[in-house]
Write a protein that binds this ligand. Structure first.
Ligand SMILES: Cc1ncc(COP(=O)(O)O)c(C=O)c1O
Length: 371
């Protein structure tokens, strides 16, 4: 199977390791194992030390699945399968559901998996671009008119990476109605679910709203544990069975240690969330102050997630801008071109506050040195 280069991943692999101020990150300051154990009421380090490093429970331990189930309102453990991160989850959904000739509608900007994998499978992929004027929320009339009789799958990412927009629950209900009337599945990549800045931190999950709704979640973003490489898919039982058929070929199980720490973290998520909201609030306030002062950029302030998409008021290709910025100042940003959004850059605002402050200051200085 031929596939396009994953532009974001390629860029980050190349430029992040040498960054002094890395503002590309989408994770909220990850935990060390020691920190995690110290905040979890149910932690018992001996449990880890005495665990035999077998394959463990092939489709995820009952303890982990129960913890995942508690993030949803209408799901049973049979509706869940555990994967190698959300990246493994998305891949499994696409390969289990799609065939050559299907139509897929992907709302962009988004994580590139959501259009490049369907394209590689041979689906006809239509991209619907989010607009700043609509606060980066999908235009529902456009969504309706972009569907064809063959649209098997609509791909969303809510909260959205890179814009930080959160689709309000009422709008999600409307999207479900539209998908239902076309008999289309919805894949909602919900790796930032639980990170809404206003109101309930958790938006409704698409799996709880629609019988053809597929939710993907992960330990990486909301729970600050990207090193665990644990994600999951929550969907109708017959689809999970089909996904598990594919999963046998590329997963066996996730590491028994990853499974254990993930269950522990989800059982104690209130502590993780309290800590993460402090970091998010602080980052958002630094970003807000900078946006209010910096005349060469404009952006909608994120309402969730960990990133903002910034439009800069300079005639400069985003990749050149990011390359020069990093070589002159050490600040790493993600160029919009890697997300099909030329003229913009993505800033991860949930990094260390000092790094964020210094990085933005250097970016401002740099903007004044270019035409
Ligand atoms: C929207 C989205 N989906 C999936 C992933 C992959 O997440 P994971 O680390 O759980 O594989 C990312 C990572 O940046 C992401 O932003």
């Amino acid at each position: 199977m031929r596939i396009d280069t994953f532009k974001i991943e390629e860029w980050m692999n190349r430029y992040c390791p040498s960054a002094v101020y890395d503002l590309t990150t989408t994770c909220i300051e990850p935990f060390s194992t020691r920190e995690l154990l110290s905040i979890c009421d149910t932690a018992n380090p001996f449990e880890v030390l005495d665990t035999k490093l077998t394959y463990g429970d092939i489709q995820g331990s009952p303890r982990l699945k129960n913890a995942i189930q508690s993030l949803y309102t209408n799901q049973e453990v049979q509706n869940i399968t555990v994967t190698h991160g959300a990246i493994g989850a998305n891949q499994l959904v696409f390969e289990s559901l799609l065939e050559k000739g299907d139509d897929v509608l992907s709302i962009v900007p988004t994580y590139q998996q959501h259009y490049s994998i369907p394209k590689a499978i041979g689906a006809q992929v239509k991209l619907q671009f989010l607009q700043e004027e609509n606060k980066w929320l999908p235009n529902l009339k456009e969504l309706e008119s972009n569907l064809t009789r063959r649209t098997k799958l609509i791909c969303l990412n809510n909260p959205n990476n890179p814009t930080g927009a959160v689709i309000p629950d009422e709008m999600l209900e409307r999207i479900v109605e539209i998908a239902k009337s076309n008999n289309s599945w919805i894949l909602s990549d919900e790796v930032y679910r639980g990170l809404n800045m206003v109101g309930n931190p958790y938006s409704k999950s698409i799996a709880d709203m629609y019988e053809k709704g597929i939710s993907v979640g992960s330990m990486s973003k909301t729970y600050s544990l990207p090193g665990l490489r644990v994600g999951w898919i929550c969907a109708r039982e017959d689809l999970i069975a089909e996904i598990n058929k594919h999963r046998e070929y590329n997963t066996i199980s996730v590491s028994i240690l990853d499974d254990y720490f993930s269950a522990l973290a989800l059982e104690n998520r209130q502590y993780i969330q309290a800590r993460n909201f402090q970091i998010m609030k602080q980052g958002l306030s630094i970003l807000n102050d900078w946006l209010n002062e910096e005349i060469y950029v404009k952006a909608n302030l994120p309402s969730g997630g960990t990133t903002a998409l910034i439009r800069y008021k300079k005639e400069f290709p985003s990749k050149v801008l990011c390359r020069e910025l990093q070589s002159k100042t050490g600040v790493a940003l993600l160029p919009g071109e890697t997300m099909e959004m030329e003229g913009t850059v993505r800033i991860g605002f949930c990094t260390n506050p000092e790094t964020l402050k210094k990085g933005l200051k250097e970016f401002s200085k740099f903007l004044r040195t270019i035409e």
